[in-house]
Design a binder for this molecule. Structure first.
Ligand code: 48H
Length: 275
């Protein structure tokens, strides 16, 4: 053991720490002002989608309004941190190295914290960059209302009383925006409030129907804008599935395949709108 007066750590002054923080953040943020794809929401669908796109070499940014990543994947349901999934989602758990238990024919249970942390690590390892504590405030559009980016602001700014300060947001541009914000479909709802698209919200629960439908309807909802995960249910009025997470992962994987095609052939974003 070193003596109390010996320093174990490398020497640094406060200014060095502050400079390291500011310079590294600013350099990364500068890089992310233009990306190949922005995923709004770091729940299970957004994280797995980002992982696959980053693995393919696309510059992938996830914007998440909370400090923590993982969305509803930490807590499976009813404040119980077990995640239930149906086959064939066990293949994805195997790929991610998430331990799980078989509890019935084609029915599996994993620990929420273990599953969620493995998924976050996989996305980060693949090269996904994250702006957390950052909320989507609006969309950027170009000709024909094609979505070309997001308007973002620090999440705590929303908590400031308007009479104290009004902090203008900034905008970031991209080739494809993916709404992975869950029930709220927060990005798509910015088009809905202007009457450009309809967001009916999800239908009552019916797990056996809903998961297939979410995956089937995953895709482009408007030029430049896709929906994955629970946002798909909200946009198409599909039944909800409760705390069963396989469709979130499969929807994210399908969304990544579609986004990759769109990034490679941008003209397709104008035509390929899911019916
Ligand atoms: C930045 C935002 C904003 C915003 C929201 O809810 P999530 O876990 O989303 P999915 O679709 O990956 O998974 C849904 C699943 O968790 C679930 O709720 C299920 C299966 N429900 C079934 C049922 O019947 O209820 O994650 C969405 C993420 C969260 O982390 C939000 O904080 C974030 O998006 N988010 N981020 N700007 N405006 N809005």
């Amino acid at each position: 053991m070193p003596e109390l007066h010996d320093s174990v750590f490398a020497h640094a002054d406060e200014k060095d720490v502050t400079r390291a923080l500011v310079r590294e953040f600013a350099a990364q943020f500068d890089e992310l002002i233009e990306s190949d794809v922005i995923i709004a929401g770091a729940g299970p669908s957004g994280l797995i989608c980002g992982k696959i796109l980053a693995e393919q070499g696309f510059k992938t940014l996830i914007v998440e309004r909370n400090n923590y990543l993982g969305g509803g994947f930490w807590i499976g349901g009813y404040l119980m941190n077990k995640v239930v999934l149906r086959a064939p989602s066990d293949d994805i758990l195997d790929d991610l190295g998430i331990p799980y238990k078989s509890v019935g024919p084609g029915l599996f249970v994993a620990d929420g914290p273990h599953a969620c942390s493995r998924l976050i690590a996989a996305a980060c390892d693949a090269g996904v960059k994250v702006l957390n504590m950052t909320s989507v405030e609006d969309v950027v559009v170009r000709e024909g209302n094609r979505v070309a980016g997001l308007v973002i602001n620090w999440t705590p700014v929303q908590a400031l009383p308007r009479q104290i300060t009004c902090v203008d947001p900034v905008a970031i541009e991209t080739k494809v925006v993916i709404d992975a914000t869950g029930h709220d479909a927060s990005v798509i709802s910015h088009l809905a409030r202007r009457g450009i698209i309809n967001v009916p919200g999800c239908d009552p629960m019916w797990v056996d129907r809903s998961e297939d439908e979410v995956v089937n309807r995953t895709g482009v909802v408007h030029p430049g804008l896709m929906a994955i995960g629970m946002a798909v249910s909200s946009v198409y009025g599909l039944p909800r599935m409760g705390p069963s997470f396989g469709a979130m992962l499969l929807s994210g994987i399908k969304g990544a395949e579609i986004a990759a095609d769109l990034i490679r052939t941008p003209a397709a974003t104008h035509e390929l709108v899911a019916k």
